[in-house]
Design a protein. Structure first.
Length: 287
């Protein structure tokens, strides 16, 4: 009799479970990856996104007791044990996520050992998460210490931001200052500035550790001659941070070879930041 009751409860739960393909977090990943590909930020299989999900929300769509398989992460993420993420897959093209999310995305949970990911959904062709997952997890850990609401880490290769790397000093004060000068909104959108790393081998724990260190100060980190990392509380904020940097970099690239007649002065940037009440890097201004 007990077995029958348990079976009835399980059956009712399955009937009540929502369709994972209608989940808002899956749709967000589909829409965002499609938009990033359209903008040329994520050519071929370039770029990756990880999005920390609310367990209760995920439980509406998936049986969290059912683990499809386990995958070593190659990194000790003890601080994230039990956390659930939806993550783009390794070798996957952003342009394909919208039509086939179950192949190109995966939902994982960090297992009790801290070094294993439990696959709850996705990667149906037998693949796994992006090779940059350790860098993402390290950045999540760093940002959560600064702001517990930060749940998204996004990496991409915006064209103008990348081009700017080749003709501008890779000094975070100078790089940030130049971007702030390009658009009135810049110091308001990313008042904490932009961290900058020199060229480093991607896909390694070393670049992940260096990025996470920068993430303690910045929500945006440029990877020299490679791309950019952004972190935020949701997909819109994170996308908007990178979008604003890319717009500023585009203006810089359009004007860098011409004599500059006008600019936003440091005194004006200070007034802007104080008017909008943002905590800005005053040491990045020349006052």
């Amino acid at each position: 009799m007990l077995y029958n009751n348990e079976k009835t409860i399980f059956t009712e739960r399955r009937i009540l479970m929502k369709d994972i393909f209608t989940a808002p977090f899956v749709k967000e990943m589909q829409d965002t990856t499609a938009n990033m590909y359209r903008l040329g930020w994520d050519e071929r299989n370039g770029g990756n996104i990880s999005y920390m999900l609310d367990e209760k929300e995920v439980a509406e769509y998936l049986d969290l007791t059912k683990v499809i398989r386990t995958i070593p992460t190659g990194f000790d993420a003890t601080a994230l044990i039990g956390k659930i993420f939806i993550v783009t897959g390794t070798g996957k093209y952003f342009k394909n996520v919208k039509d086939d999310p179950e192949t190109n995305l995966g939902i994982i949970r960090i297992a009790e050992d801290g070094t294993t990911a439990e696959l709850l959904w996705g990667y149906k062709d037998g693949s796994k998460f992006t090779s940059e997952l350790p860098a993402h997890l390290m950045s999540h850990m760093a940002r959560l210490k600064v702001n517990p609401e930060n749940r998204v880490v996004m990496h991409c290769h915006p064209t103008n931001t990348l081009a700017m790397n080749y003709i501008h000093e890779l000094d975070e004060k100078k790089f940030t200052h130049t971007l702030w000068e390009m658009c009135t909104e810049c110091i308001v959108v990313f008042p904490d500035g932009v961290g900058v790393l020199p060229w480093m081998l991607c896909g390694t724990n070393e670049i992940g550790e260096a990025t996470a260190k920068k993430m303690e100060e910045f929500r945006l980190v440029v990877w020299g001659m490679h791309g950019i990392y952004g972190a935020g509380k949701d997909m819109d904020e994170t996308f908007g941070l990178i979008e604003t940097v890319e717009k500023a970099a585009q203006i810089y690239m359009l004007t860098a070879h011409m004599p500059r007649i006008n600019t936003i002065k440091d005194e004006e940037m200070k007034v802007l930041a104080e008017f909008f009440g943002v905590k800005y890097r005053a040491d990045f201004l020349n006052l």
